[in-house]
Each structure stands twice: as C-alpha cells, then as structure tokens.
Design a protein around this ligand. Structure first.
Ligand SMILES: [Zn+2]
Length: 347
C-alpha cells in the first residue's frame, strides 16, 4: 500500500487530456529514446499491488491500488515487447557490478501479498514469460486479513455515523466522501507508527468507535502459504513486506528488527527457500525508511530492499534502498513513465 494511491479517483480534467496528447507526440518523435542512449546502464523496478478483473468491486478495501486484469495484461505484453524484463536477482548482480546491465531492463514487483497476485497476475506473467518478485505481509498471510490501511479505509467508508473524534480529541465530520477520506488519512498517520498488537488494538478501537464490522468481502483476499509456494514453483521470487505493515522509519528499533527478522524467519520456514529481498511499506507519513532502518535491514540478512521513492536503479546503488517506478493505470502511462525515466526526465 502506498500513500499516493489512497485517495478517491476523479474523472480526468480536460487539461490532463491535452497533456496526454503532448506525451504521445513526444513518444512518437523518438526524442526520449535518443536521450536514453546518453545515460549509463540502468533499470526500472516497477511497483504493483493488486490485479483484479474489476477493481471497482473492492474499492472500499483497496482504494486505488488495484490494476484491472485487462490493463495489466497489456502492460506485461508491452514490457515483453519493448523493454527487457528480468528478475530482481539478475538486476541486483548488475547493480553490484557483476556484468553489464542490458538496456531498458525492467523488474516487476508486487507489494502486500494479495491472492489476486497468484490467481490473476501470475498466469499472465507466466504466459508472457515475465518473472516477478512478490513481497508478503506475513501476519496478514498468517491470519488471512488485509493490511491495516484496507481495514481502516473500509471502516471510514462504511460507517453510518456522521462524526468521529480522533486520539487528540479533534472532531472529524464524515458527511461526504472527501471528509471521510480526510479522517481516514488522519487515522493512518497514527496507525502507521504502530506495529503488532498495538496496531491491531488501534484498528479495532477505530472500528468500534465508527460502529463498523469487518467487510464480508475481506476474507480470502490475501495469499495463503500454498499460493506463495506455487509462485516459487512457477519461477517467481518471494520477499518480505514486514509482519504488520508499519512505517519502518517511525517504529522503535526493536519493533523494526522484529518486523524484519520474524517475517524472514516465518517465510523461510513455511516456504523452504531463502528470503533475501525486502520491501519497505509506505502506508503514511514520510520518510518510510532511514539510515537506522537500512542498518537493521542489512543486519537481518536481506540482500536487497526496495522503497517507494521514484527513480531508476544503476550500478553502485545501495542495494538496501532501491528506487522504483509507478506503473500507472494505463498502458500509455506506463510507457511514458518508463521512456521518460530512461531518458533521465521526471516521470
Ligand atoms: Zn504495502
């Protein structure tokens, strides 16, 4: 889950459509590919979350983080046709300086551990021949519950109350979708600093205050260990996305260590494969990692860790804070983000 995807979705303004036309003209001109040739070898690590046949069905749980299956298929086909998909392990070797990074390298990653990753995304990836890395939120896998941002989002969207008072006695009115969103985001700023039982207690308290229950659709949306094992059998890699999805820069070092080591230990125990890769959650507040986090990640034995910071990776980068690129929700948007990133422009 990531902060930018939490808001409600709005219809595009005409000015966006003009920008789209301008982007298409730049793409057609080949200008970006010419600029890309002047930069050194680099790779784009793409950050996905959920892939669903109809993302609007679970919008009260997932917000805007789900890709439609049809768009995802077209994006994967674009990547295979116009770019160079490879595994995170291969790219990490190039970053270490072992071999020359092929041009236009892309890596697919998925955060959180949703069941649709294996039910919907995996068959497409395997048909097209694209490997991916899936980062699992281990407590959510163990308990079959969605990460806390989804549980809080559902509480704020489904409550029939028109008001909520936060932990600092600030009153929030909940009369419109945007008021509910603001209150939800305020609750995220508190919850992201909590982990484990304290986090569970906070989510339960908010749900009680808002007089809501768990969504009847929420069960079965996280992967099982069997599904994670199936991903490994199909040639993909599993990484950790913590135990309970806190902001790792805001929890204590003991909590951060537990999130890193316990999730690694459990995944290795249940899957029987070494877990070398980590993804820092970005649920709310900034930053979502710091120097202390990186030190803990290294000490826990991870070889790579990805952030939600925007950008490409290249030789010599710190493997414990690798940048990623957002794929956007359209094929042309993905092409633009990649071409402009490879050309050294803002995405
Ligand atoms: Zn996440």
């Amino acid at each position: 889950m990531q902060s930018k995807a939490r808001g409600f979705e709005f219809s595009p303004h005409p000015s966006f459509m003009i920008k789209d036309l301008a982007k298409k003209a730049v793409l057609r001109s080949g200008m970006l590919k010419l600029s890309a040739g002047r930069l050194g070898p680099n790779a784009a690590i793409l950050m996905y979350h959920a892939v669903q046949a109809d993302p609007s069905l679970h919008a009260d749980l997932f917000g805007g983080i789900a890709h439609s299956e049809a768009v995802f298929r077209n994006q994967v086909e674009l990547l295979a046709r116009e770019f160079r998909p490879m595994s995170l392990s291969e790219v990490s070797e190039y970053i270490r300086g072992n071999g020359e990074m092929p041009k236009r390298s892309v890596v697919l990653t998925f955060d959180d551990g949703y069941a649709d990753n294996t039910e919907t995304a995996r068959p497409i990836l395997n048909q097209v021949g694209v490997p991916a890395t899936f980062y699992a939120t281990v407590s959510c896998i163990e308990e079959g519950i969605l990460p806390w941002p989804s549980r809080l989002r559902y509480a704020f969207r489904s409550t029939s109350l028109s008001e909520w008072t936060d932990t600092e006695n600030k009153r929030w009115t909940l009369r419109s979708p945007s008021e509910r969103e603001q209150a939800y985001l305020a609750s995220c700023d508190v919850c992201c600093k909590l982990s484990g039982r304290a986090q569970d207690a906070f989510v339960a308290r908010v749900a009680k205050e808002l007089e809501t229950c768990e969504s009847p659709e929420a069960r079965g949306l996280m992967m099982s260990y069997d599904q994670l094992r199936a991903l490994v059998r199909h040639g993909h890699m599993i990484g950790s996305h913590t135990m309970t999805h806190p902001n790792m820069a805001y929890v204590t070092s003991d909590e951060a260590r537990n999130e890193l080591t316990e999730s690694k230990r459990l995944l290795e125990l249940k899957l029987g494969v070494p877990i070398k890769h980590f993804s820092y959650p970005c649920p709310a507040l900034s930053p979502h990692w710091n120097a202390e986090t990186l030190a803990e990640t290294g000490m826990a034995g991870y070889e790579t860790a990805v952030t939600t910071d925007n950008g490409l990776v290249r030789r010599g980068n710190n493997l414990l804070c690798l940048k990623r690129i957002r794929p956007t929700k359209t094929v042309e948007g993905l092409r633009w983000n990649l071409e402009s990133a490879f050309a050294g422009r803002a995405g």
